[in-house]
Design a protein around this ligand. Structure first.
Ligand code: HEM
Length: 134
């Protein structure tokens, strides 16, 4: 290795830094909610929800799971989704929109996989009506 090898410490950077930090995460989250609200199977859940606040919390959550210097300080996810009757299918659709928004922003597949795995782990807290498919 020479002193010109700028890639000598690839693991030193968080996924958050690798994708471009807070500005990039904001772009992804804005696009994510555009896709969610355009999806007729999901949009009704967001009637009357203050989207600016929701986006702020979602940016913090995604930043945190990507290893950014941001702490999510919203409600715990079980409390936030309680009583909404969210189904396994709806959860899958929301996760799909997040993947699409990340991919559109040019986020590398490996980082998408890690981010979505962290989000998928929240399923037991969000879903109240398990998918009918086995
Ligand atoms: C894919 C995993 C999901 C994650 C990580 C997630 C994350 C979040 C977060 C961080 C908040 C903000 C909580 C707060 O403001 O304190 C929130 C709120 C909300 N989520 Fe989710 N969510 C997910 C799936 C879903 C699904 C599938 C639906 C329904 C289709 C949904 C509907 C909502 C609604 C309606 C709110 C606003 C609640 C309110 O302010 O009253 N979420 N979610």
């Amino acid at each position: 290795m020479t002193s010109l090898d700028v890639h000598s410490e690839p693991e030193a950077q968080s996924d958050y830094a690798a994708v471009g930090g807070g500005a990039a995460v904001s772009v992804v989250v804005n696009r994510f909610y555009e896709l969610v609200l355009a999806d007729d199977s999901l949009a009704h859940h967001f009637d009357g929800v203050e989207m600016a606040r929701l986006k702020r919390h979602q940016v913090a959550l995604v930043s945190q799971v990507m290893g950014g210097p941001v702490a999510y300080e919203g409600r715990d996810l079980r409390t936030a989704h309680e009583g909404k009757g969210i189904t396994g299918e709806q959860f899958g659709a929301v996760a799909g929109h997040l993947i699409a928004a990340l991919a559109e922003a040019g986020v590398p597949a490996e980082i998408i996989d890690r981010t979505v795995a962290a989000v998928a782990a929240t399923q037991p807290d969000v879903v109240e009506v398990p998918s009918t498919e086995a």
